[in-house]
Design a protein around this ligand. Sequence first.
Ligand code: DGY
Length: 409
Amino acid sequence: MSSLDDQARAIIRGNDRGGYTLPTRGLYPYQWNWDSAFAAWGFATFDNPRAWDELDTLMASQWDTGMVPHIIFHTPDPGYFPGPEIWRTGQTPPTSGITQPPVAATMARLVWEMDPEAGHDRMAALYPKLLAWHRWWHEVRCTHGPAAITHPWESGRDNCPDWDIGMAGVNGADAGPYERRDTGHVDPEMRPTKEDYDRYITMVNFGRNAGWDQAQVVADGPFLMADPGITFMLLRADEDLAVMGRALGHDVTELEGWAKALRDALPLIWNEELGAYDARDLRTGQFANVLGSGAFLAYLADAGNPTLDAQLMRVWDSVSYGIPSADPEAAIFNPRKYWRGPTWPVLNALLAVGLRDSGRTDLAERLRAETESLIRQHGFYEYFDPNDATPCGGADFTWTAAIWLTWAG
Ligand code: DGY
């Protein structure tokens, strides 16, 4: 047993608050939606029941609408902004008013496959809740075809260049006074800018003033963009949920219909000029015209093609470690700034699932080895400089520890 395995388990246990896990202490002191799904995958390697508890706690905060919020504020913590007093969603426990990438069904399938007998009843109980969340995505957020986000935080890839054209239309002057807390935990150079934050808070203010009414946020909110990353994660998760639904004896016609509609919509996010899947402003139809790591999640949903293969190799071969979150040849590339260049172990793990499933096992192994090297050199950081391996963001990160146990180590 390697000591890094021990360290990874200790990080996850150390971030465990009883039924839910913090992404990292200090910077992210609550339960985050997609972080929790990856935490469950990690838990499943050494404590399968606890993996199901993590998913249960996440889905217990599902709204009546079916939406599953991106943060659940179980215990107040002044170290994070914007906290529950800013979101004011009226939920118990308090939650944010936006969602995050729907990877929970994909992670539930991976957890279930690790111990099918023990997981049967746990998955049976979770199934209707996951189905309701997927229904929310399809009925509320896929009305233009691909999956739409109303705030960059919903993408999980907060400040990636994909959102720059949408962000340009948000008036940050409406944010009002506020005090950031993230830059007290992490080098500000590795975090989004003040201009980004002004716009993030303006979007939160809009949602709160709309009483978090989705129809209003989608129709009139300051930001509405098609997210290739979520589109592929949702499509994959629909298919994973359908596999589990069939195994549980459910009629999965509805899920199959959603997956087909989403697959039929993929040409709408293919940017011929860029030669890649691309984000798109749904109000103007304009493409972002930048290659982001979300495009490569196409492999998760069996939606790759030779042009995308060439783009993948171009961006990957121009750095030393992992798949960068932005195109190294783009002017905006910054190898240490959050989603504008660094490589993210958790995303590498998800991309590797896609590469493996699409038959590119050699590439999946290369990605694993490069991610392993980053963690061996520096520990379980949130993200890394893909050129020189400098560790960035939060340390002792739950999902980095989780993917070490399931994949990288
Ligand atoms: C943050 O606070 O940086 C988060 O990414 C928002 O979810």
